[in-house]
Ligand binder design. Sequence first.
Ligand code: ADP
Length: 497
Amino acid sequence: MVSVTLEVPGIGKYEQPTGLFIDNEFIPGKKGQQFEVINPTTEKVICSVHEATEEDVDIAVAAARKAFKNGSKYRTMSTADRGKLLLDLATLFEKNIDLLASVESLDNGKSITMAKGDIGACIGCLRYYGGWADKIHGKVITTAEGNFSYTKREPIGVCGQIIPWNFPLLMWAWKIAPAIACGCTVVLKTAEQTPLGALVAARLCKEAGFPPGVVNIISGFGKTAGAAIASHMDIDKVAFTGSTFIGRTIMKAAASSNLKKVTLELGGKSPNIVFEDADIDEAISWVNFGIFYNHGQCCCAGSRIYVQESIYDKFVQRFKERAAENVVGDPFDPKTFQGPQVSQLQYDRIMDYIKIGKEEGATVEIGGERHGDVGYFIKPTIFSNVKHDMKIMQEEIFGPVCAIAKFKDADEVLEIANDTMYGLAAAVHTRNLNTAIKVSDGLKAGTVWVNSYNLLHWSLPFGGFRQSGIGRELGKAALENYTQIKTVSINLKGAMF
Ligand code: ADP
């Protein structure tokens, strides 16, 4: 059996593929192993999916290699037809938006409203890169008379992609869309916590007409299937989104195997800075969204909140009131803003940080405890009076927990905001253009939002400074990850030596 019948609210029964998607077919893993997928809202098993081990990675890579061969159906497609694969896939996502969003809510616990937003962003991303497929080209470079030189951007080849559980389908789209636009083939491993949506999307790839082997989707664990991808001798590039710790492991494995190209999108502890001249209601709304969106499970979550001292007390009071209005509960209720954390492990990690914050002497303004009795729910938690060296100010918590501190002026806040190993994102709230630009320029982060937060867009590059990553996803920048430059230099002058 490589599928099961499941039921989700609003959709009813649907057929959930559970096999490994290799060469356009759902198949069992070679070892015949399966693992359970847990519903974070009920803590009950949803179903089991087939598990890929090293041998299955080899099979998937062989399929991707075959599809990438010169002369294959995929390699001989026109660039416009290749783009159309992504455009048709986007249309299928659109047709299936309710199903895809419901599977995402079931598997990950995110609210259905947010899940629909994710699928909308997947559609945008697929269309955007569908549009790029026939616009990727090199340059003619003149060196001297009698020489004609040009560059081409060739697809990098077979790409291994390893994604996390916080945005299962969005990360799937961010990875697959630019790879296909550039003419690569893919072996993508989903996170073991959230394999379901990607398998439904795999079926849509087949329906959209992707030739066999172009997109292969495997479910499995990091230490086995993930590690096999990172160290595979026949994978040309690995793209990873996840923790900084595992990112380092991936890079080492890539280096010690075949020096495959590496892009990493890693952790963060992003500062969100509120100046006294900001529109306070708007700033509170963005600060609330910055940390509590997706239950704080965002690599770019605005988890360090710095508020200028003259408005600190007022801000904390009103932010607390705002956070108390966030509806926590059943992900399938359209009013819900925050569902459960993804797993028992994440729940425990976050609760540990909350305990540490209390022990370190920070003030719990709101939350700091479990919500309800069933499911991995944690109340939105705000710590105030947090000192710079406290763990809750320094370490990525990846949950609905933020730390607030005051600052005097722009110079001081830049100093403390930048005193971190991370550099993924940051935000500044002010009505003063000079402050906005000075602080944006001074922040060491790959993205700076001004008077907003989490406003990602497929056309805007996203990625980390420092230990938050290597390379940029999204936008035109992502095309660089999946192509390599070939220089062709033609001598028109005959023998020279
Ligand atoms: P988290 O701790 O939030 O689950 P990880 O960085 O551990 O984040 O996981 C992100 C992705 O990396 C998942 O798909 C996971 O299976 C994978 N992964 C974990 N460990 C490894 C590893 N050693 N090699 C390759 N991939 C891994």
